[in-house]
Design a binder for this molecule. Structure first.
Ligand SMILES: [Zn+2]
Length: 362
């Protein structure tokens, strides 16, 4: 008999606090995590004002030795700054207070430092809040890196609600795109015998369905929308911890999104102010088309995105039809080792035109 040699580590957040005015609970949360009373708050200029300063005061009041580090873009040097600062100041615990970039920087620094970190999202723009992965920017784009899952998540919906609604809608689209990601994963499992985790897949789908089913309630100005979004993002992050990779939340729709990033900025639409499309917005549109290619219920995805107010067409996304087609045709080049519905050679231009047209994207 063959000897059993499998081994796997999964790390999950120990405590998740989501809701109105939860910031007030930060000191008790840190106390419960049972560490030395020494914390580093990582934030950017904006999130420092929005929440970082309050957390600083609350921890000081609870007799914590608190330091604060302001960061900007998620780059290797920025992560190293945090690491050096934490080492110099003998920091025990890191708190990432901010959006995706701040949380990614903190997550990577904590991973290198082998210290626990608490994720304190101030917006809900993507599903990295509780995931063990982080993306770093470099001169040619971005790269996904292994990091650590947060030991706890503290999400204050009162604060998240203050972020532009567009970010929240984009974050929801990112989670909804788990539907096509899981379809791709399942396909790779069947065709390439890639390792598949039923639990990871179910969790990722559940996160997406939570938002699809409650799409009516995800609207600008409603604190409940932040509540739903954050909860779904945390479930999505846990799905990635279970899988040990980003498969449950990243398939061909993410490759399409990364290819759009690679091809350059969106277009200036007549009469409308140009805004660079957000990650989740691109993934949502990609997911409509990938679910169509899988023969799935793409209209369900489109309708949910519409209700939430996330883009479903090239025009709403602010990307030219030409660029959509180019990204579809080239998307498979992004991560050749990750098998998806796009196969090894990708879509032909005719097929790309067809899928974009039928799904109403172009
Ligand atoms: Zn994503």
């Amino acid at each position: 008999m063959q000897r059993f040699t499998k081994s796997k580590t999964m790390i999950f957040p120990r405590e998740i606090i989501v809701g109105h005015n939860t910031t007030q609970q930060i000191a008790e949360l840190c106390d419960r995590l049972g560490r030395r009373k020494s914390a580093l708050i990582v934030a950017d200029k904006k999130t420092k004002k929005l929440s970082g300063e309050d957390i600083f005061k609350l921890l000081k009041k609870a007799n914590y030795e608190v330091q604060e580090k302001t960061v900007s873009a998620p780059t290797v040097s920025e992560v190293n700054h945090v690491i050096n600062f934490a080492n110099k100041n003998n920091i025990e615990m890191l708190l990432g207070v901010g959006g995706g970039s701040v949380i990614d920087i903190t997550k990577l620094a904590a991973y290198e430092l082998k210290k626990p970190f608490i994720s304190v999202p101030t917006s809900a723009a993507h599903d990295g809040i509780a995931s063990p992965r982080a993306s770093l920017k470099h001169s040619k784009g971005s790269v996904s890196k292994t990091a650590t899952s947060p030991i706890a998540v503290l999400a204050d919906t009162k604060i998240i609600m203050k972020a532009p609604y567009r970010m929240l809608a984009s974050g929801c689209a990112d989670v909804i795109s788990n539907i096509s990601a899981v379809m791709d994963w399942d396909l790779a499992h069947r065709l390439k015998n890639e390792e598949f985790s039923t639990h990871g897949a179910v969790l990722a789908k559940t996160a997406a369905e939570m938002l699809i089913e409650n799409a009516e309630d995800i609207k600008e100005g409603r604190e409940e929308a932040s509540w739903l979004a954050v909860k779904a993002m945390i479930v999505s992050g846990v799905a990635m911890s279970v899988a040990g990779n980003t498969r449950p939340a990243s398939g061909a729709e993410h490759m399409f999104s990364h290819m759009l990033d690679h091809l350059g900025p969106g277009i200036m639409l007549k009469g409308k102010r140009h805004k660079k499309p957000l990650h989740g917005e691109q993934c949502g549109v990609g997911s409509i088309m990938m679910v169509y290619l899988h023969g799935g219920d793409w209209k369900n995805i489109r309708d949910a995105l519409k209700k939430i107010g996330a883009p479903t067409t090239s025009e709403e996304l602010g990307v030219s039809k030409k660029k959509i087609i180019e990204a579809l045709v080239k998307a498979h080049e992004i991560r050749p080792e990750r098998y998806t519905i796009l196969g090894e050679t990708g879509l032909t231009e005719d097929a790309a035109n067809k899928v974009a047209k039928i799904t109403g994207v172009t």
